[in-house]
Design a protein around this ligand. Sequence first.
Ligand SMILES: NC(=O)c1ccc[n+]([C@@H]2O[C@H](COP(=O)([O-])OP(=O)(O)OC[C@H]3O[C@@H](n4cnc5c(N)ncnc54)[C@H](OP(=O)(O)O)[C@@H]3O)[C@@H](O)[C@H]2O)c1
Length: 456
Amino acid sequence: MNQPADSAGVERAVAKGLAGQRVRIGLVGCGVVGTGILRLLRDNAETIEARLGAPIEVVGIAVRDPSKLRDPLVPAELVGTDPMALATQDDVDVVVEVMGGLDPAGAVVKEALEKGKHVVTANKALIAEEGETLLEMAESTGVDLYFEAAVAGGIPIIRVLREALASDRVVALSGIVNGTSNYILSRMTSAGLDFADALAEAQAKGYAEADPTLDINGGDARHKLAILATLAFGARVDVHAIPMEGIDTVSALDIAFASRFGYVIKPLAIGRPTDDGELDLRVHPALIPESSVLASIHGALNAVHIEGAMLGPSLMSGPGAGALPTAMSVVSDIVDVGRNLITGAHARVPSRAFRGSTLQALPLASPKSHRGRFYLRFDVHDRTGVLGKIANVLGGFDVSIEQMVQEGGQSEGNPHATLVMLTHVASAGDVHGALEEIDRLQYTTGPSRALRIEEG
Ligand SMILES: NC(=O)c1ccc[n+]([C@@H]2O[C@H](COP(=O)([O-])OP(=O)(O)OC[C@H]3O[C@@H](n4cnc5c(N)ncnc54)[C@H](OP(=O)(O)O)[C@@H]3O)[C@@H](O)[C@H]2O)c1
């Protein structure tokens, strides 16, 4: 057995590994995150060197438009437009990809891995869509490909799943992993804003992109869930097979009714292995009890709740985006890669938490097979017998009502009512079958609404 490393041993390894050198990085992209990385490397230079044993030096930066006005801390003499050059040049030890998107980011990362360079990326789309190929390339060439910032920005959830939980089995995870959608639903809850106003506010504050589609339709959270599911459950996951629902169909009315029953509506990403050997992965808004831990995650914050078979429940929360929190995760990955460079211990910890050969392609549970409680809302003509007819259809689909409230009103002179019901445990397939029939029979004045209730 090897002798435990003493501090002199580590010093010797440092001397041998980088021999008075630096960890040299090529920064591919210098926007929000890239500039944050430069700021962090400047402000925390001393502490990083003390922890790593060598300084980190930026040797080149690639951007799309070099004429753009940039923060004065971006060294103009290092700025170029050729990311591929950084992926191949000899004096780059670690390629740091923070440009985003699949193309050309994917090609740059592949080129870097092929050239035997270590890669750190914040690109969730790239890891969710092409991670399998890239991580296999990294494993076969014996280099590190790290992506802490790709999920939940500044929260070190990847590292926790990869290292801290290496001895445990994760039996469930649920998280708020998209800050924009959490901000929108939080403002709809706290200020009574409707969806469009809350979105406009999120954009004005810089929480939402100019094109917020992926935040709102669940696509961004689905990317992150695919990554988390691989690390938590050792599963190969086809990101496009994960069922998702966006938050854009949640109305201020749903939020107000949920609150009357003691619930808040949150944008959730959920994963758990089922007893049938399937993986239940879902992204959707859901009602959760006001007393549950995720209910207290407000605004643009993110949180991930993990249930370990031995550990039990554990929650990590913090900023899911922003220049410095995200840069913190990226640079911590660079420090890790640098430590591996120094000690010659590349790929000691598998990037996907599990050795690639042990990853399983578990079938995903059908969304229809999900069983749980549901929140249902029906807008109906306020006529005698409508409630009975709706209850009949629900009963025919084995959906039984646990609680109900009815509120009346007038619409264009006609009396109408809103019926809100919480069901007992039912299958999602049955609930949706019942709603389709209720809407088809025109008992309602608009499409009926179903939201899942997660008990938290
Ligand atoms: N922003 C966050 O809070 C956050 C949080 C977690 C993860 N991330 C991830 O981090 C990555 C970067 O996000 P960001 O917000 O920093 O994006 P950003 O502000 O749009 O910056 C992108 C950078 O990449 C450069 N770039 C884009 N296409 C290029 C090309 N073809 N060749 C060379 N350079 C190119 C841009 O150049 P120009 O400057 O010339 O336009 C810009 O410097 C994304 O994958 C994102 O998902 C971001």
